[in-house]
Design a protein around this ligand. Structure first.
Ligand SMILES: O=C(O)C[C@@](O)(CF)CCOP(=O)(O)OP(=O)(O)O
Length: 325
């Protein structure tokens, strides 16, 4: 058993959202979702299992993490220890090339990278599909970061068949401009936000029905390489998700004034004949789906309202891969 491995996983942005669990213990979603893996935002994670370690240790961006965060990692590693029938403790070192907890889905790349590294370090040899069912139990969105390009997370019928499926490598002039409105940690985590929405929003059942149709329509648009339809479905699905939160008790929204400025900027670009579509997650940041060949033009329009450091252009990313020293 090699006992040590380092893996890179890229974050992903959902175009058809995961927003609500039918089973909280196993992270089973209410609907299937579909995302785009991003090249520029990723997490590198090293794991070493060592019998000399009395407990698990977790370092994030070079800083040792406290009890709460380390416990989360230990609980996740227990899934892999149980699979390997070992009690070995581990040292985990993660470097997030993603503004942490700023609605840029940092949990997606973090748990996918950790899953990949634990799989290799313990010599479990889980295939990508089965590995995605492990990543899912760290954070639902991590399910999708196992693969690159457009990825579907099939909701499945149970823990074993709720996994990621690669849909398309997105290598046909697809890109994204991320508008990092702010990088503060959000007040309402996605986990709490979706739970409150499921439990109290009268709009929620309609969301689930609508998302089930949206994912069929978006897969048809991807198959046809129809960027306009892809963008329209993406923007509408994200807006419907955010609409459910306004109906929750108490109502809540992740939007900030600059989120609206970004949305209006994208709408103005469309009026000028440059197709670009917005989607938002559990934070104020706005992700603009566009043709990669037009990303610089789109960024120039956003520079009228946002500073350069808040604008990130990225092409589609690849699936997880081992980093050799
Ligand atoms: O990514 C998407 O589909 C949409 C969201 O980003 C929010 F808009 C959900 C992310 O939820 P996540 O952090 O994965 O929740 P967990 O399973 O409770 O850890």
């Amino acid at each position: 058993m090699p006992n040590k491995a380092c893996v890179r996983a890229h974050t992903n942005i959902a175009l058809i959202k995961y927003w609500g669990k039918r089973d909280e213990t196993n992270f089973l979603p209410m609907n299937s979702s579909l995302s785009l893996t991003l090249d520029k935002l990723y997490t590198d994670t090293m794991v070493v299992f060592d019998e000399a370690l009395p407990q698990d240790f977790f370092y994030l961006n070079g800083e040792q993490q406290g009890e709460k965060e380390t416990q989360k990692i230990s609980k996740f590693l227990d899934l892999f220890r149980a699979e390997k029938k070992t009690a070995l403790r581990a040292r985990v070192e993660s470097i997030n090339h993603v503004p942490t907890a700023a609605g840029l889905a940092s949990s997606a790349s973090a748990f996918a990278a950790l899953a990949g590294a634990a799989n290799l370090a313990l010599g479990l040899d889980l295939d990508p599909q089965r590995l995605s069912t492990f990543a899912r139990r760290g954070s639902g969105s991590a399910t999708r970061s196992i693969y690159g390009g457009f990825v579907e997370w099939d909701m499945g019928t149970c823990s074993d068949d709720s996994f990621a499926v690669p849909v398309d490598d997105a290598g046909w002039d697809i890109g994204m401009v991320i508008v990092a409105v702010n990088q503060k940690a959000k007040e309402v985590s996605s986990r709490i936000g979706m739970k409150r929405t499921v439990e109290t929003s009268p709009f929620y059942p309609a969301w689930v029905e609508s998302a089930k149709k949206d994912i069929l329509d978006i897969k048809a648009a991807i198959a046809a390489k129809d960027f306009i339809r892809l963008g329209e479905i993406t923007e509408a699905n994200g807006m419907k998700m955010h609409g459910t939160m306004l109906g929750a008790e108490p109502p809540f929204s992740y939007w900030e004034p600059d989120s609206i400025v970004a949305i209006k900027t994208a709408q103005a670009l469309r009026k000028q004949g440059i197709p670009c579509y917005v989607t938002m997650d559990a934070g104020p940041n706005v992700k603009v789906l566009c043709r990669l060949s037009q990303a610089e033009t789109i960024k120039a329009a956003f520079l009228e309202h946002f500073t350069e450091d808040k604008l990130i252009i990225t092409k589609p990313g690849k699936g997880i891969r081992e980093l050799t020293e």
